[in-house]
Design a protein around this ligand. Structure first.
Ligand SMILES: Cc1ncc(C[n+]2csc(CCOP(=O)(O)OP(=O)(O)O)c2C)c(N)n1
Length: 539
């Protein structure tokens, strides 16, 4: 490949700066206005480009990469249709506080705006205003490094989230003028609680005789999960988790109390009866990086003990849904660390057993949870799409370490699973990465099997083929007297489909065959499609 023997362009410096920020992977789909960036990538060693089959998948890959690694995920999309294809992943990352950077080109500066006649004309900065934490146009070469650096800082500081940077084609192609050797800014310093705040927290939480914890995705994002486990042990407190907090505390830890509820209704109403009895017995609840979403609280019918302390890096989340006795706006890791060092050193005996209800969830007549857990290694990374099995897994599936269960809990975006798994696999080629998808989900992003094959990213897809959008069908059954409409799927033959991509296929019809298929798929180190087939049960 030819080396750079000409003045550096803005695109060259942009790509080099990505490398200086530690970027090793970009997930993308090219277009005319991003060709300078692609050309720079072609000439820059050390950054791998993963070609998706559309920009939605590329951005979900960046999301899966970010959730699995804790590092920012970077994706590329052409201006206009490409960026709009990536809108759902941006919104998903915004809701779940995931640091992803979407880079786009833009039509030449003289054609900016609508009705300019340039192909891909757009006002994508406005379009992305409510689904990104921050967005900018690099309008000229000297702005490049400061703006790109700001993007990396903004993505990670405080509550993380997605950012969007566009650069017009003429600027990307221009010779770079400016200081190309500026030092990379340091990783943002986490917000630490004040001594006064820590003292108040210790007094409150230390005074509870029957404490509970609830941990959310914020604790995982802040890498606070191991400290949360220590805190639970110190206080003798059972720990609940939100949907996003699933991997914070190992499922087999004696203090893991699971989700706040034992069962969910299809529309998350009337869930009072399913809430854990511990909330009524406890005298205090400490929430760590948990925003008390609709799904976690059963549409906010979760009862609270007399006192609530809430640690959240975003002050807007504190007291948003439940009044707090004490709110601390701080990074979860910093706050829990300080709390631990100020609490008495001896661990208290648990005041109660977590009493997790045992749900023997079966789907299509099979115990898939058991087969999955037996067939996958402990450190496997699993991306859960929007399907019944994922929700069963959120409640029941044993997970042993943070960042091993990836799920778009807040935005509930179908089509997430396979691309997110590919992003995680790019980051961790040595680990087993799998995704759980319904047939509805898989029909949204199943073309990414092509990416798995071409990019040599051997992920395992576990596909529940029940011929139905069952989660929605269940609402029609519950609320609309079973007047089913728009929920039955006539699917392709998935074996033929898999073969068309060169992917091996298994069909599962018994508990033991899932474990066997998984073991074979893991051993093959090639992309795999494991299809579980049967009739839906909601109708
Ligand atoms: C992009 C998107 N479109 C629609 C929905 C609404 N929705 C939520 S679950 C669901 C059905 C999922 O079907 P499938 O993947 O087959 O899983 P199942 O419900 O059968 O378990 C739908 C349509 C959504 N969450 N995301």
């Amino acid at each position: 490949m030819a080396s750079v023997s000409r003045p550096q362009t803005v695109a060259d410096v942009l790509v080099r700066r990505l490398g200086e920020h530690g970027v090793q992977h970009v997930f993308g789909y090219p277009g005319g206005q991003t060709t300078p960036i692609y050309d720079a990538l072609a000439r820059t060693p050390g950054i791998r480009h993963v070609l998706a089959r559309d920009e939605q998948a590329a951005a979900f890959m960046a999301d899966g990469y970010a959730r699995a690694t804790g590092k920012p995920g970077v994706c590329l999309a052409v201006c206009g249709p490409g960026v709009l294809n990536a809108a759902t992943p941006l919104a998903t990352a915004f809701t779940d506080s995931i640091p992803i950077l979407l880079l786009s080109g833009q039509v030449p500066s003289k054609g900016l705006g609508l009705r300019s006649g340039y192909y891909h004309e757009n006002d994508q900065l406005s379009l992305c205003a409510t689904i990104t934490k921050w967005r900018t146009r690099i309008a000229s070469a000297p702005n490049l490094i400061p703006e790109l650096d700001r993007a990396f800082t903004t993505m990670r500081e405080g509550r993380p989230g997605p950012v969007f940077v566009e650069t017009p084609l003429d600027v990307l192609r221009a010779d770079f003028k400016g200081n190309p050797t500026a030092a990379v800014p340091p990783t943002p310093t986490p917000r630490t609680p004040s001594t006064k705040e820590v003292a108040a927290l210790v007094k409150l939480v230390g005074g509870w005789r029957q404490p509970l914890l609830i941990v959310g995705g914020g604790a995982i994002i802040a890498d606070a999960a191991p400290l949360v486990v220590q805190l639970a042990e110190r206080l003798g407190a059972p720990v609940f988790h939100s949907l996003s907090g699933k991997s914070a505390v190992p499922t087999d830890h004696p203090l893991n109390a699971g989700l706040p509820w034992s069962r969910a209704t299809s529309d998350l109403t009337n869930m009072e009866q399913f809430m854990s009895p511990l909330f009524a017995q406890a005298d205090g609840l400490l929430a760590i990086g948990c925003r008390f979403s609709q799904a976690t609280t059963g549409s906010w019918c979760m009862p609270l003990p007399a006192a609530l302390a809430q640690i959240d890096v975003d002050g807007e989340e504190i007291g948003r849904h439940y009044p707090v006795t004490l709110g601390i706006q701080a990074d979860a890791k910093a706050a829990v660390q300080l709390l631990l060092s100020a609490l008495p050193g001896a661990s208290r005996l648990p005041w109660t057993a977590p009493c997790r209800p045992s749900i023997s969830a079966r789907l299509l007549g099979l115990d898939l949870i058991e087969g999955l857990r037996r067939g996958l290694p402990r450190d496997a990374i699993i991306a859960g799409d929007i399907t019944r099995l994922t929700y069963q897994m959120l409640a029941e599936f044993p997970i042993y370490s943070p960042r091993t269960f990836l799920h778009p809990a807040g935005y509930v975006s179908m089509g997430y699973g396979l691309p997110a798994a590919l992003g995680a696999k790019a980051a961790f080629p040595e680990r087993v990465v799998a995704t759980v998808v319904g047939d509805g989900c898989f029909m949204m992003s199943g073309l990414e099997l092509a990416t798995a094959v071409q990019e040599k990213l051997p992920v395992i897809v576990i596909l529940i083929n029940d011929g139905s959008l069952t989660l929605i069908k269940a609402i029609q059954q519950r609320r609309y007297e079973s007047r089913f409409i728009g929920v039955d799927l006539r699917n392709p033959d998935f074996e033929t489909y898999a073969r068309a991509f060169g992917v091996r296929h298994w069909k599962i019809d018994s508990d033991s065959s899932l474990e066997i298929a998984l073991r074979e798929a893991v051993a093959s180190s090639a992309p795999a499609l494991i299809e579980v087939q049967g009739q839906d049960e909601a109708g």
